[in-house]
Design a protein around this ligand. Sequence first.
Ligand code: F0G
Length: 358
Amino acid sequence: FSSRKNTMWKYKEFIPVDENKIVTLQEGATPFCKCDKLGKELGINLHVKVEGSNPTGSFKDRGMSVGMTKAIMLGVDAVGCASTGNTSASLAAYAARGGLKSIVLLPAGNVALGKLAQAMFHGAEVLSVDGNFDEALEMITKLAREKYLYLLNSINPFRLEGQKTIGFEILEDLGWQSPDRIILPVGNAGNISAIWKGIKEFYNAGYVENKPMMTGIQAEGSAPITHAFRKKSKSITPVENPETIATAIRIGDPVSYTKALNAIYDSNGYSETVSDDEILNAQKLLARTEGIGVEPASAASIAGLKKLVEDGTIEKGENIVCVVTGHLLKDPDTAIKASKEPTKIGASYDELKAYIQK
Ligand code: F0G
Protein backbone atom coordinates (compact mmCIF):
# COMPACT_ATOMS: atom_id res chain seq x y z
CA PHE A 1 0.00 0.00 0.00
CA SER A 2 2.87 2.35 0.70
CA SER A 3 3.42 3.36 -2.94
CA ARG A 4 -0.14 4.63 -3.27
CA LYS A 5 -1.52 8.12 -2.66
CA ASN A 6 -2.10 8.44 1.04
CA THR A 7 -5.88 8.43 1.55
CA MET A 8 -8.06 5.64 2.94
CA TRP A 9 -8.75 4.60 -0.68
CA LYS A 10 -5.29 3.08 -0.90
CA TYR A 11 -7.03 0.08 0.66
CA LYS A 12 -9.65 0.01 -2.11
CA GLU A 13 -9.42 -3.76 -2.64
CA PHE A 14 -10.93 -4.13 0.83
CA ILE A 15 -13.77 -1.65 0.20
CA PRO A 16 -16.74 -3.18 -1.64
CA VAL A 17 -17.81 -0.38 -4.01
CA ASP A 18 -17.25 0.49 -7.68
CA GLU A 19 -13.90 2.27 -7.80
CA ASN A 20 -14.98 4.32 -10.81
CA LYS A 21 -17.78 5.98 -8.86
CA ILE A 22 -15.95 6.99 -5.70
CA VAL A 23 -17.17 10.18 -3.97
CA THR A 24 -14.13 11.42 -2.09
CA LEU A 25 -12.64 14.46 -0.39
CA GLN A 26 -9.42 12.50 0.25
CA GLU A 27 -10.42 11.29 3.69
CA GLY A 28 -8.28 9.12 5.94
CA ALA A 29 -4.50 8.94 6.32
CA THR A 30 -4.95 10.96 9.50
CA PRO A 31 -2.09 11.87 11.88
CA PHE A 32 -0.84 9.16 14.20
CA CYS A 33 0.85 11.07 17.00
CA LYS A 34 3.22 9.51 19.49
CA CYS A 35 2.41 11.12 22.81
CA ASP A 36 5.48 10.63 24.97
CA LYS A 37 4.66 13.22 27.63
CA LEU A 38 1.21 11.88 28.38
CA GLY A 39 2.37 8.28 27.94
CA LYS A 40 5.21 8.74 30.42
CA GLU A 41 2.87 10.33 32.95
CA LEU A 42 0.63 7.25 32.73
CA GLY A 43 3.41 4.66 32.42
CA ILE A 44 2.34 3.37 29.00
CA ASN A 45 3.28 3.82 25.32
CA LEU A 46 0.67 6.06 23.76
CA HIS A 47 -0.28 6.94 20.20
CA VAL A 48 -3.24 9.12 19.36
CA LYS A 49 -5.06 8.70 16.03
CA VAL A 50 -6.34 12.19 15.18
CA GLU A 51 -9.59 11.75 13.25
CA GLY A 52 -10.41 15.46 13.55
CA SER A 53 -8.00 15.91 10.63
CA ASN A 54 -10.50 14.45 8.15
CA PRO A 55 -12.09 16.83 5.59
CA THR A 56 -15.09 17.82 7.73
CA GLY A 57 -13.30 17.30 11.04
CA SER A 58 -14.43 13.85 12.15
CA PHE A 59 -14.04 10.13 11.39
CA LYS A 60 -17.51 10.12 9.84
CA ASP A 61 -15.98 11.18 6.52
CA ARG A 62 -14.51 7.73 5.98
CA GLY A 63 -17.89 6.06 6.26
CA MET A 64 -19.66 8.81 4.38
CA SER A 65 -17.31 8.56 1.40
CA VAL A 66 -18.15 4.87 1.00
CA GLY A 67 -21.85 5.35 1.84
CA MET A 68 -22.24 8.16 -0.67
CA THR A 69 -20.44 6.11 -3.32
CA LYS A 70 -22.95 3.31 -2.71
CA ALA A 71 -25.82 5.82 -2.98
CA ILE A 72 -24.50 6.91 -6.39
CA MET A 73 -24.13 3.26 -7.49
CA LEU A 74 -27.75 2.63 -6.48
CA GLY A 75 -28.92 5.71 -8.39
CA VAL A 76 -30.83 7.30 -5.51
CA ASP A 77 -31.47 11.04 -5.57
CA ALA A 78 -31.77 11.77 -1.85
CA VAL A 79 -29.86 10.70 1.26
CA GLY A 80 -30.48 11.36 4.92
CA CYS A 81 -29.55 10.69 8.52
CA ALA A 82 -30.33 11.48 12.13
CA SER A 83 -27.32 12.85 13.90
CA THR A 84 -25.81 14.26 17.05
CA GLY A 85 -23.96 16.55 14.62
CA ASN A 86 -20.88 15.06 12.99
CA THR A 87 -22.68 12.60 10.74
CA SER A 88 -24.90 15.43 9.49
CA ALA A 89 -21.90 17.68 8.77
CA SER A 90 -20.23 14.90 6.84
CA LEU A 91 -23.37 13.81 5.02
CA ALA A 92 -24.13 17.39 3.92
CA ALA A 93 -20.62 17.84 2.50
CA TYR A 94 -20.44 14.47 0.72
CA ALA A 95 -23.99 14.83 -0.66
CA ALA A 96 -22.91 18.15 -2.15
CA ARG A 97 -19.81 16.48 -3.60
CA GLY A 98 -21.91 13.64 -5.03
CA GLY A 99 -24.67 15.94 -6.30
CA LEU A 100 -27.46 14.43 -4.19
CA LYS A 101 -30.20 16.06 -2.10
CA SER A 102 -29.80 15.61 1.62
CA ILE A 103 -31.94 15.83 4.72
CA VAL A 104 -30.71 15.67 8.32
CA LEU A 105 -32.60 15.35 11.61
CA LEU A 106 -30.90 16.91 14.62
CA PRO A 107 -31.96 16.78 18.30
CA ALA A 108 -32.97 20.39 19.06
CA GLY A 109 -30.60 22.22 21.40
CA ASN A 110 -28.07 19.41 21.63
CA VAL A 111 -25.87 19.83 18.58
CA ALA A 112 -22.52 21.62 18.88
CA LEU A 113 -22.29 24.88 16.93
CA GLY A 114 -19.55 23.92 14.46
CA LYS A 115 -21.45 20.83 13.31
CA LEU A 116 -24.69 22.76 12.88
CA ALA A 117 -22.87 25.39 10.83
CA GLN A 118 -21.47 22.70 8.54
CA ALA A 119 -24.77 20.90 7.98
CA MET A 120 -26.51 24.17 7.16
CA PHE A 121 -23.75 25.64 5.02
CA HIS A 122 -23.24 22.60 2.78
CA GLY A 123 -26.89 22.83 1.80
CA ALA A 124 -28.66 19.99 3.62
CA GLU A 125 -32.32 20.36 4.52
CA VAL A 126 -31.86 20.66 8.29
CA LEU A 127 -34.73 19.66 10.57
CA SER A 128 -34.49 20.33 14.28
CA VAL A 129 -36.39 17.59 16.13
CA ASP A 130 -38.02 18.28 19.46
CA GLY A 131 -36.63 15.05 20.90
CA ASN A 132 -33.36 13.17 21.36
CA PHE A 133 -31.12 11.37 18.87
CA ASP A 134 -32.74 7.98 19.41
CA GLU A 135 -36.17 9.39 18.55
CA ALA A 136 -34.82 11.21 15.49
CA LEU A 137 -33.15 8.02 14.26
CA GLU A 138 -36.37 6.07 14.60
CA MET A 139 -38.21 8.74 12.57
CA ILE A 140 -35.72 8.93 9.71
CA THR A 141 -35.43 5.13 9.58
CA LYS A 142 -39.16 4.94 8.91
CA LEU A 143 -38.82 7.51 6.13
CA ALA A 144 -36.05 5.41 4.59
CA ARG A 145 -38.13 2.21 4.83
CA GLU A 146 -40.84 4.00 2.85
CA LYS A 147 -38.15 4.80 0.25
CA TYR A 148 -38.14 8.59 0.56
CA LEU A 149 -34.37 8.54 0.99
CA TYR A 150 -31.28 6.35 1.32
CA LEU A 151 -30.29 6.14 4.98
CA LEU A 152 -26.68 6.94 5.78
CA ASN A 153 -26.59 6.33 9.51
CA SER A 154 -24.08 3.70 10.66
CA ILE A 155 -26.78 1.02 10.55
CA ASN A 156 -25.91 1.18 6.83
CA PRO A 157 -23.11 -1.41 6.47
CA PHE A 158 -21.28 0.64 3.84
CA ARG A 159 -20.57 3.29 6.49
CA LEU A 160 -18.67 0.67 8.49
CA GLU A 161 -16.75 -0.41 5.37
CA GLY A 162 -15.23 3.09 5.34
CA GLN A 163 -14.67 3.43 9.03
CA LYS A 164 -12.87 0.10 9.25
CA THR A 165 -9.92 1.81 7.52
CA ILE A 166 -9.09 3.41 10.89
CA GLY A 167 -8.15 -0.11 11.97
CA PHE A 168 -6.13 -0.66 8.76
CA GLU A 169 -4.23 2.57 9.26
CA ILE A 170 -3.41 1.91 12.92
CA LEU A 171 -1.80 -1.43 11.98
CA GLU A 172 0.15 0.14 9.13
CA ASP A 173 1.08 3.20 11.24
CA LEU A 174 2.63 0.84 13.78
CA GLY A 175 4.72 -0.89 11.11
CA TRP A 176 2.35 -3.87 10.70
CA GLN A 177 2.08 -4.53 14.42
CA SER A 178 -1.01 -4.60 16.56
CA PRO A 179 -1.18 -2.37 19.61
CA ASP A 180 -2.15 -4.10 22.86
CA ARG A 181 -5.27 -2.00 23.05
CA ILE A 182 -7.39 0.47 21.06
CA ILE A 183 -9.50 2.86 23.13
CA LEU A 184 -12.33 4.92 21.65
CA PRO A 185 -15.57 6.68 22.57
CA VAL A 186 -18.78 4.76 21.92
CA GLY A 187 -22.14 6.33 21.08
CA ASN A 188 -24.26 4.65 18.44
CA ALA A 189 -21.56 1.92 18.45
CA GLY A 190 -20.76 1.89 14.73
CA ASN A 191 -17.14 2.90 14.98
CA ILE A 192 -15.91 0.28 17.46
CA SER A 193 -17.65 -2.35 15.32
CA ALA A 194 -16.05 -0.97 12.15
CA ILE A 195 -12.52 -0.77 13.55
CA TRP A 196 -12.77 -4.34 14.85
CA LYS A 197 -13.92 -5.47 11.39
CA GLY A 198 -10.88 -3.80 9.83
CA ILE A 199 -8.52 -5.34 12.36
CA LYS A 200 -9.92 -8.82 11.74
CA GLU A 201 -9.66 -8.43 7.96
CA PHE A 202 -5.98 -7.50 8.09
CA TYR A 203 -5.31 -10.20 10.70
CA ASN A 204 -7.01 -12.79 8.49
CA ALA A 205 -5.02 -11.54 5.49
CA GLY A 206 -1.87 -12.32 7.48
CA TYR A 207 -0.65 -8.70 7.70
CA VAL A 208 -0.34 -8.80 11.51
CA GLU A 209 0.10 -11.55 14.07
CA ASN A 210 -1.97 -10.16 16.93
CA LYS A 211 -5.18 -8.28 17.59
CA PRO A 212 -5.82 -5.47 20.09
CA MET A 213 -8.22 -5.44 23.03
CA MET A 214 -11.09 -3.20 21.89
CA THR A 215 -11.93 -0.81 24.69
CA GLY A 216 -15.10 1.27 24.42
CA ILE A 217 -15.66 4.32 26.62
CA GLN A 218 -19.09 5.80 27.24
CA ALA A 219 -20.31 8.89 29.07
CA GLU A 220 -21.73 8.03 32.49
CA GLY A 221 -25.26 9.27 31.65
CA SER A 222 -25.41 7.49 28.26
CA ALA A 223 -23.81 4.12 28.86
CA PRO A 224 -26.02 1.16 27.89
CA ILE A 225 -23.06 -0.75 26.44
CA THR A 226 -20.89 -0.43 29.54
CA HIS A 227 -23.85 -1.50 31.67
CA ALA A 228 -24.28 -4.61 29.50
CA PHE A 229 -20.53 -5.32 29.63
CA ARG A 230 -20.56 -5.21 33.45
CA LYS A 231 -23.28 -7.87 33.45
CA LYS A 232 -21.45 -9.87 30.74
CA SER A 233 -24.68 -9.58 28.77
CA LYS A 234 -25.08 -9.67 24.99
CA SER A 235 -28.08 -7.34 25.02
CA ILE A 236 -28.61 -3.82 26.32
CA THR A 237 -31.24 -1.99 28.32
CA PRO A 238 -31.69 1.34 26.54
CA VAL A 239 -31.15 4.50 28.60
CA GLU A 240 -34.41 6.53 28.42
CA ASN A 241 -33.06 10.03 28.82
CA PRO A 242 -29.36 9.99 27.92
CA GLU A 243 -27.34 12.95 29.21
CA THR A 244 -23.74 14.16 28.85
CA ILE A 245 -21.85 17.31 27.95
CA ALA A 246 -20.31 15.22 25.14
CA THR A 247 -23.36 15.70 22.90
CA ALA A 248 -21.85 13.57 20.12
CA ILE A 249 -22.31 10.45 22.26
CA ARG A 250 -25.57 11.47 23.97
CA ILE A 251 -27.25 8.24 22.83
CA GLY A 252 -29.36 5.83 24.87
CA ASP A 253 -30.24 3.11 22.38
CA PRO A 254 -27.23 2.41 20.12
CA VAL A 255 -28.17 0.55 16.93
CA SER A 256 -24.92 -1.39 16.57
CA TYR A 257 -24.79 -2.66 20.16
CA THR A 258 -24.58 -6.34 19.16
CA LYS A 259 -21.57 -5.79 16.92
CA ALA A 260 -19.96 -3.55 19.52
CA LEU A 261 -20.39 -6.03 22.36
CA ASN A 262 -19.06 -8.81 20.11
CA ALA A 263 -15.99 -6.69 19.34
CA ILE A 264 -15.39 -6.16 23.05
CA TYR A 265 -15.97 -9.80 24.08
CA ASP A 266 -14.14 -11.38 21.11
CA SER A 267 -11.07 -9.21 21.62
CA ASN A 268 -10.93 -9.72 25.37
CA GLY A 269 -11.57 -5.99 25.57
CA TYR A 270 -13.27 -3.74 28.07
CA SER A 271 -15.85 -1.01 28.54
CA GLU A 272 -15.93 1.78 31.11
CA THR A 273 -17.78 5.01 31.78
CA VAL A 274 -16.38 8.47 32.43
CA SER A 275 -18.06 11.50 34.00
CA ASP A 276 -18.48 14.86 32.29
CA ASP A 277 -15.80 16.33 34.57
CA GLU A 278 -13.38 13.55 33.63
CA ILE A 279 -14.13 14.21 29.96
CA LEU A 280 -13.50 17.96 30.24
CA ASN A 281 -10.30 17.43 32.24
CA ALA A 282 -9.01 14.94 29.67
CA GLN A 283 -9.87 17.30 26.81
CA LYS A 284 -7.77 20.01 28.47
CA LEU A 285 -4.97 17.59 29.36
CA LEU A 286 -4.58 16.41 25.76
CA ALA A 287 -4.75 19.96 24.41
CA ARG A 288 -2.19 21.33 26.85
CA THR A 289 0.19 18.39 27.15
CA GLU A 290 0.31 17.27 23.53
CA GLY A 291 -1.23 20.12 21.50
CA ILE A 292 -4.04 17.94 20.19
CA GLY A 293 -7.42 19.70 20.19
CA VAL A 294 -10.46 17.43 20.28
CA GLU A 295 -14.15 17.77 21.01
CA PRO A 296 -15.50 16.47 24.35
CA ALA A 297 -16.74 13.08 23.06
CA SER A 298 -13.29 12.34 21.65
CA ALA A 299 -11.68 13.14 24.99
CA ALA A 300 -13.68 10.28 26.49
CA SER A 301 -11.02 7.92 25.12
CA ILE A 302 -8.27 9.80 27.01
CA ALA A 303 -10.43 10.03 30.15
CA GLY A 304 -11.08 6.30 29.91
CA LEU A 305 -7.38 5.57 29.43
CA LYS A 306 -6.55 7.53 32.58
CA LYS A 307 -9.23 5.79 34.61
CA LEU A 308 -8.21 2.29 33.50
CA VAL A 309 -4.53 2.98 34.22
CA GLU A 310 -5.44 4.27 37.68
CA ASP A 311 -7.60 1.26 38.55
CA GLY A 312 -5.01 -1.21 37.23
CA THR A 313 -7.07 -2.60 34.33
CA ILE A 314 -4.39 -1.31 31.97
CA GLU A 315 -0.95 -2.61 32.80
CA LYS A 316 2.19 -0.50 32.86
CA GLY A 317 4.05 -0.58 29.56
CA GLU A 318 1.02 -1.44 27.40
CA ASN A 319 1.06 -0.17 23.82
CA ILE A 320 -2.09 1.88 23.51
CA VAL A 321 -3.80 3.71 20.67
CA CYS A 322 -6.49 6.22 21.59
CA VAL A 323 -8.75 7.21 18.71
CA VAL A 324 -9.84 10.83 19.04
CA THR A 325 -12.83 11.19 16.80
CA GLY A 326 -13.60 14.87 16.21
CA HIS A 327 -11.87 18.27 16.10
CA LEU A 328 -11.84 20.81 18.94
CA LEU A 329 -13.51 23.42 16.71
CA LYS A 330 -16.62 21.30 16.36
CA ASP A 331 -17.72 22.55 19.77
CA PRO A 332 -16.30 26.05 20.31
CA ASP A 333 -18.80 26.88 23.09
CA THR A 334 -17.51 24.15 25.37
CA ALA A 335 -13.89 25.11 24.68
CA ILE A 336 -14.54 28.78 25.47
CA LYS A 337 -16.50 28.01 28.63
CA ALA A 338 -13.64 25.82 29.88
CA SER A 339 -11.01 28.50 29.29
CA LYS A 340 -9.84 31.71 30.94
CA GLU A 341 -11.17 34.85 29.24
CA PRO A 342 -8.62 36.86 27.26
CA THR A 343 -7.16 39.67 29.39
CA LYS A 344 -8.08 43.14 28.09
CA ILE A 345 -5.33 45.72 27.64
CA GLY A 346 -5.12 49.04 25.81
CA ALA A 347 -3.25 49.51 22.52
CA SER A 348 -0.15 50.69 24.35
CA TYR A 349 3.32 49.11 24.52
CA ASP A 350 3.83 50.38 28.07
CA GLU A 351 0.66 48.67 29.23
CA LEU A 352 1.67 45.43 27.49
CA LYS A 353 5.13 45.50 29.06
CA ALA A 354 3.74 46.25 32.50
CA TYR A 355 1.37 43.29 32.16
CA ILE A 356 4.10 40.90 31.00
CA GLN A 357 6.45 41.98 33.78
CA LYS A 358 3.70 41.37 36.34
N1 F0G B 1 -17.06 10.68 18.64
C1 F0G B 1 -17.68 11.61 17.90
C2 F0G B 1 -17.00 12.92 17.74
C3 F0G B 1 -18.92 11.34 17.31
O1 F0G B 1 -19.52 12.27 16.57
C4 F0G B 1 -19.52 10.08 17.51
C5 F0G B 1 -20.83 9.77 16.93
C6 F0G B 1 -18.83 9.14 18.30
C7 F0G B 1 -17.60 9.47 18.84
C8 F0G B 1 -19.36 7.78 18.54
O2 F0G B 1 -19.26 6.98 17.42
O3 F0G B 1 -21.65 6.40 17.18
O4 F0G B 1 -19.90 5.14 15.96
O5 F0G B 1 -20.15 4.89 18.41
N2 F0G B 1 -21.56 10.59 16.36
C9 F0G B 1 -22.79 10.27 15.64
C10 F0G B 1 -23.29 11.47 14.87
C11 F0G B 1 -23.81 9.57 16.41
O6 F0G B 1 -24.50 11.58 14.60
O7 F0G B 1 -22.47 12.29 14.47
P1 F0G B 1 -20.30 5.77 17.22
